[in-house]
Each structure stands twice: as C-alpha cells, then as structure tokens.
Design a binder for this molecule. Structure first.
Ligand SMILES: Nc1ncnc2c1ncn2[C@@H]1O[C@H](COP(=O)(O)OP(=O)(O)OP(=O)(O)O)[C@@H](O)[C@H]1O
Ligand SMILES: [Mg+2]
Length: 298
C-alpha cells in the first residue's frame, strides 16, 4: 500500500478518534525511547504512547531514529515513498516526507538501511538541520532510537531531554538496560533516566523488574533511574501488530492500552510542571552531531 492510500485507509478506519485540542504549555519535551536489548517494544510503545499523548490535546511527533531497520510506519501499515534519506540527499523537504496520521500524530520515517547518520558530511548535516527548522511546534517529540549501546544510539539519547529505557522481565533485557544506563551516565551523570517495564505478566512482576534495574544502577553506578510504569504482556498487542494498527486503537479496552494511558498521564502532567524552554528537532540534531563528533574524537 502506498503512503496516500495507507493514510486514507487509516483515516476511514479511525474517523472520529481525533484528539481534542486543549491548551498547550510552552516548550517541547524530547524523549528518547531506547533499550539495551532489541525487540523489547520500543517502536510499539513509541507509537501508542504518542497516540495517548495526542488524545490529551498535545501535538506529538515521532521520529523513527532506528536508521538501520526503520519500522514504525510498518506498524501503521504505511509504506512511505520518501524518508529522511531523501531529505538528507536534498531531494525532498521535511514537510514532504512527514506522515500526518488521523490520530493526530506526525511521524518522520527513518532512512532505512542508512545507519551512518553520525558520519554525514557538513552539507548533509546542514540540509537536515535547516530542514527540521521548517517543522511546526510540538509539545512532545519521541525519538525511537533503536537498540544497543552503539555510539549513535547513545548520542541520540543524550541529545534528548530524557530517556525511557524499555526493559522486559528477561534477564538479558535487565542486564542490557544496565549496560545502556552505564554508557549514558558515563557521558552525563545528571541525565534523566526513566525505566519502563514492558511485557510484564502482572504488576508484581513489573515492579520486581523495575526494582532490580534501579537497585543494580544504584549499587554499581550510583544513579537512581525512575520507574515510570509497567505495561503488561498482552496478546491484543500481538494481534494489533499483525493487523498493522496501533493497539491503542485496535483494542482500546485492552490491558496494554490502560497501562500506556497511565504512563502518558505521568509524562504529560510533568511537562506542565517542568518544561519552559523552547526546543525543536534542529537544536536536537545540532546537539546530536556535536555528541557524535565528540564520541569519534574519543
Ligand atoms: N506489551 C506487549 N505485549 C505483547 N507483545 C508485545 C508487547 N510489546 C511489544 N510486543 C511484541 O514485541 C515485538 C517487538 O516489538 P517492537 O518491534 O516494538 O520492539 P522494538 O524494541 O522496537 O524492536 P527493535 O529493537 O527490533 O526495534 C512485537 O512483535 C510486538 O508484538
Ligand atoms: Mg523498533
């Protein structure tokens, strides 16, 4: 399905679900959604959390920063013709590649297979930074960073205001989250770390996993990440992925939808209290390139 017909189909299916626009506090909060281990639910959570935030009347943008294997659009059943790759090459503008979904979220499709964002030359970097300055204002920007502790992922995280580290109860996910926390705070000890547990059997398991990540971080790194919520393992999520629809819409009464709404409430409430400073994707990418260059210099 091409981009236009994909969006049309979504619009038909979800008509009437547009967010109610309320008053927005100043500033943009940029949140990286990241993980040590792959396949833990970053992209699923990014999309559904974004929809949940948009339902609160907020303007939300999701950037698919997982350049190796960009897949957020696949979750929505949309195959975009153009991606960030075309912006970097100067073929398309940001406005031409952005996907505005009927749920009230905008998505910037990642440049699939184009993993060398940090290695772009000056001209391409400037094209990208200037391109982002055309964007409108958003209350929240979610960056799906991809998994791991590669320098690009760490820089995508550190350029944001805070990170949601998605962790599942699997022991490897817990240790890989610890590895990610360690790499991030090695660069910035004061960076704001949030842990979000996904695919938990129940609240008890979710809390136990969160406690474990917090305990090992405190013991060995002397930092205390904040637990922002637990999302249950829910077969409705799996079904929604197959149907290529966000579970928030596919199964609005599911446990997973309820869990994501609670996380959304926490994040949205906080923004009103804390955010005053103007931020956008141009400043985000300027910072990202600086961090990536520092990384290369050692
Ligand atoms: N709460 C959940 N309950 C059940 N299944 C889930 C849940 N969250 C995610 N999944 C499943 O986990 C799989 C991986 O999810 P997703 O692609 O979002 O992970 P990811 O962290 O973005 O992966 P990658 O590291 O490859 O980018 C999906 O197929 C989805 O069905
Ligand atoms: Mg993903």
């Amino acid at each position: 399905m091409d981009q236009a017909s994909g969006l049309r189909k979504l619009k038909e299916e979800y008509s009437g679900t547009k967010p109610v626009i309320g008053s927005s506090p100043p500033g943009t909060k940029i949140i990286a959604v990241s993980s040590g281990k792959g396949g833990v639910g970053k992209s699923t959570i990014s999309i559904n959390l974004a929809i949940s935030i948009a339902r609160k009347g907020k303007r939300v943008l999701v950037l698919d920063g997982d350049l190796g294997l960009a897949n957020i659009n696949v979750m929505l059943g949309i195959i975009p013709k153009y991606t960030l790759y075309h912006v970097i090459k100067g073929i398309k503008t940001i406005q031409e590649i952005i996907l505005s979904t009927p749920e009230g979220i905008d998505i910037i499709p990642g440049a699939s297979g184009y993993s060398q964002l940090a290695d772009l030359d000056k001209v391409s970097r400037d094209t990208l930074i200037n391109g982002f300055s055309e964007l409108g204002n958003y209350d929240f920007i979610l960056i799906d960073t991809g998994a791991g502790i590669h320098a690009t992922v760490i820089s995508l995280v550190l350029a944001a205001d805070e990170v949601l580290i998605v962790t599942t109860p699997e022991p490897t996910s817990i240790t890989d989250s610890y590895g990610l926390i360690k790499s991030v705070i090695a660069k910035n000890r004061n960076y704001k770390l949030n842990v979000l547990i996904n695919k938990a059997k129940d609240d008890i398991e979710g809390r136990r996993v969160a406690k474990r990540v917090i305990e090992i971080s405190e013991k060995f790194l002397n930092v205390v990440p904040r637990a922002v919520g637990v999302i249950y393992k829910d077969e409705e999520v799996e079904k929604s992925i197959l149907a290529q629809k966000p579970f928030f819409l596919y199964s609005p009464r599911s446990k997973a939808t309820h869990c994501v709404s609670l996380v959304c409430d926490t994040l949205v409430k906080e923004k009103v209290q804390e955010m005053e400073v103007e931020r956008n994707l141009s400043s985000y990418f300027k910072k990202f390139f600086q961090l990536a260059d520092n990384e290369k210099l050692g």
